[in-house]
Write a protein that binds this ligand. Structure first.
Ligand code: C2E
Ligand code: CA
Ligand code: CA
Length: 661
């Protein structure tokens, strides 16, 4: 740079201040080319740059430019709150669009008269619009009524201006795809108003799966799983429908209860699997006989009910029952086995036999029993034949309670003594079940045992009776009371494969010696010609238990059968013993039974001894043991123990015990 005259100090100071001011001015935004202008003016006036101000200003300006640039960039990254808010709104909008686009529910934006303005992809797919949603395949421009006809009910009517009924903005409806196929939907309608007007948004959910699931559950609740037939609940529903219609039209309808004969035998001897196949085949055969207005239901076990609606008269019912018999008479083929199954049918007609649904079924049930007992294929309900119906119906209604009676301790065992006739000593006791119902009071044993056999509850009852008897036997043994215990077992139980094992387990469990026990089976049960029955008796006898044939003389056991089975005792039935003193025929039966027993090496026991004369006559005939009211009534355990103590006291003379059991 050339040397010039020296400038005074104040000039330099002024120049520096000026330069700073200019620099500040530049900082504030003056353009750099003004520097160039000042430099040029200084050269012109002074022949050299008079000050370094412009130079400094240029540097400051460049720095300022850099600063401003950096500032601008920084501001770009950290926008102002306003700008930030705007961005967030835009961001949310994008996310919201994404959510709408990805929703599994269809969303339709409708204008105020219900025309589709926009639709999300789910709505397009659901309603069968093309992926691009254009041309003929588009949803846009269609009225909601053409897609979901009933949806208009959820909208405000633009003409009337009426608002939709409140509270019904969500409904299940049927939607129609563009190819006109239909499917169930749940639609929810919302109204949206803004400056652009009023819009409706329809949220559409495809509920095909939900409906199918619901229907499956409903089907399950109303149908029998094994046969697929309607169950009792559905039958009652249909009967109520029939009654409503019949009251309007004056029609009649009939209820038939169909009970298979010998089914239990099939189940017991061939197994439940074959039993199930039999039920399925029967169900299918019966279904084929009916009109579309009729119904067949499975009531449970081997019992079916047929509802014939309408029926003209009894003749029409008889006609069907004959076809039913023909259908069932043809042998069933199951797993290579040919099985014969037939049924007993009972019928009751509305309104002739009753107007209450439960009553009608019960009356058809009573008629079925009448048919079964008479060996007929079919019987109509007949009040004259229904002597026992009130009692029977009560018992049937008690059936459900019998299962719970055990837990509620409504059942108890009573004990009836058994004496040795020659020694007059008490040698044993028979346990007899008692049910005191809290409402109905005393229910006779043979009646509810029969009901239990019919319903399958007999297994629970048997197990309970065996357990309680064995427990008592063990207690007496521990108390030094040395008696044999006779337990009654139902005929059905003897068909049970598990019976010997159950008894063995209980004997082991209670530590009872098998020789102390006598199992009483009725004559019919023991002579049933099944291999299983025989095998069970043999196994129980081998285990050391004694077998007694109860009610002997009422069945048809052959000598060969008696010889073939390991039986220990014949128990002569009460009906022959009770009046034998006055009835010579019965006397003959009792005498020959005692002889038969002795000839076969068995013990002869008489039950139903109600008088000292009877006991004396039995002694003359050589009968071994006796039971009966004259000797001792069946008593609850503590009463029995009192009775026993009194009888065994040295001064005691045997006399009847007046006690109601
Ligand atoms: P059952 O085994 O022949 O029992 C004898 C029945 O005759 C008993 O009736 C008994 O109370 C009654 N009896 C006893 N002595 C006399 C008498 O001197 N005169 C008359 N007229 N009757 C007498 P209960 O207890 O009502 O039993 C009836 C039937 O119920 C029994 O006949 C038996 O088949 C069945 N039963 C009783 N308890 C059980 C049980 O625990 N299990 C099974 N499966 N059946 C049982
Ligand atoms: Ca008995
Ligand atoms: Ca008996």
């Amino acid at each position: 740079m050339p040397k010039g005259p020296k400038a005074p100090k104040t000039w330099y100071a002024t120049s520096a201040l000026f330069s700073l001011a200019v620099g500040t001015f530049y900082l504030a935004g003056a353009l750099p080319f003004i520097d160039a202008g000042i430099l040029a003016a200084q050269f012109t006036i002074f022949g050299r740059p008079a000050t370094f101000g412009p130079l400094i200003a240029t540097i400051v300006t460049a720095t300022a430019v850099c600063l401003v640039y950096a500032l601008v960039r920084r501001t770009g990254r950290n926008p102002s709150p306003l700008r930030r808010q705007g961005d967030a709104v835009r961001h949310r909008q994008t996310m919201m669009n994404g959510a709408v686009d990805n929703s599994s529910d269809g969303i339709l934006l409708l204008d105020e008269i219900g025309v589709v303005v926009d639709a999300n992809p789910a709505a397009k797919q659901m309603l069968g619009a093309g992926a691009r949603d254009d041309g003929a395949q588009t949803l846009v421009g269609r009225h909601i009524g053409s897609l979901i006809p009933d949806a208009t009910a959820l909208m405000a009517h633009p003409d009337s201006g009426a608002a939709p009924v409140p509270g019904i903005r969500r409904r299940e409806m049927v939607a129609q795809r563009l190819d006109e196929s239909t499917f169930p939907v749940e639609i929810t309608m919302r109204e949206l108003s803004n400056d652009g007007g009023t819009w409706q948004i329809a949220y559409v959910r495809d509920i095909t799966d939900r409906k199918a699931h619901h229907e499956a559950l409903e089907h399950q609740a109303l149908h029998d799983a094994l046969t697929g037939l309607p169950n009792r609940t559905l039958l009652y529903e249909r009967m109520h429908d029939c009654r409503r219609r019949a009251r309007r039209t004056g029609d009649r309808f009939a209820v038939l209860v169909v009970d298979l004969n010998r089914f239990k035998e099939i189940n017991d001897t061939l197994g439940h699997h074959i039993g199930d196949l039999v039920l399925q085949q029967i169900a299918s055969r019966l279904t084929k006989l009916l009109r579309s207005s009729d119904m067949i239901a499975r009531l449970g076990g081997d019992e079916f009910a047929i509802l014939l609606s309408p029926v003209l008269d009894r003749f029409a019912v008889t006609n069907l029952s004959e076809r039913l018999k023909t259908a069932l008479d043809a042998p069933l083929l199951c797993k290579g086995l040919t099985l014969d199954v037939n049924a007993s049918v009972g019928a009751a007609i509305f309104p002739d036999d009753g107007t209450d649904m439960t009553e009608l079924i019960q009356k058809a049930d009573v008629a079925m029993y009448v048919a079964k007992n008479a060996g007929l294929p079919m019987a109509f309900y007949d009040e004259d034949q229904d002597h026992h119906s009130a009692r029977h119906l009560t018992l049937m209604s008690l059936t459900g309670e019998l299962g719970r009676a055990i837990e509620r301790e409504e059942l108890e065992l009573h004990y009836q003594p058994k004496i040795s006739i020659p020694t007059n000593e008490v040698i044993g006791v028979e346990s007899l079940v008692r049910w005191r119902h809290p409402v109905y009071g005393f229910v006779p044993a043979d009646e509810f045992v029969a009901v239990a056999e019919h319903t399958g509850l007999i297994h629970n009852l048997t197990e309970w009776a065996l357990r309680s008897s064995f427990e008592q036997c063990a207690r007496w043994r521990a108390a030094g009371i040395d008696l044999t215990l006779s337990v009654n077992l139902s005929a059905k139980t003897l068909q049970d494969n598990d019976l010997p094992q159950l008894i063995e387990n209980l004997l082991d469990g209670y530590g009872v010696e098998p020789k102390r026990l006598i199992l009483e089976f009725t004559e019919g049960a023991i002579t049933a010609d099944t291999e299983r029955c025989r095998a069970n008796i043999v196994r129980l006898a081998e285990y050391g238990l004694k077998i007694s044939i109860d009610d002997f003389g009422t069945g048809y056991s052959s000598l060969a059968c008696l010889k073939a089975l390991p039986v220990h005792e014949l128990k002569i039935d009460t009906s022959f013993v009770r009046d034998m003193v006055d009835d010579e025929d019965h006397q003959t039966i009792v005498r020959s039974t005692i002889d038969l027993a002795h000839n076969l090496g068995l013990t002869a026991s008489a039950e139903g001894v109600e008088s000292v004369e009877t006991l004396a006559l039995l002694a003359v005939m050589g009968c071994d043991t006796a039971q009966g009211y004259y000797i001792g009534m069946p008593l609850p355990v503590s009463d029995f123990e009192d009775w026993l103590r009194a009888r065994q006291a040295p001064t005691e003379v045997p006399r009847p015990v007046a006690c109601i059991s």
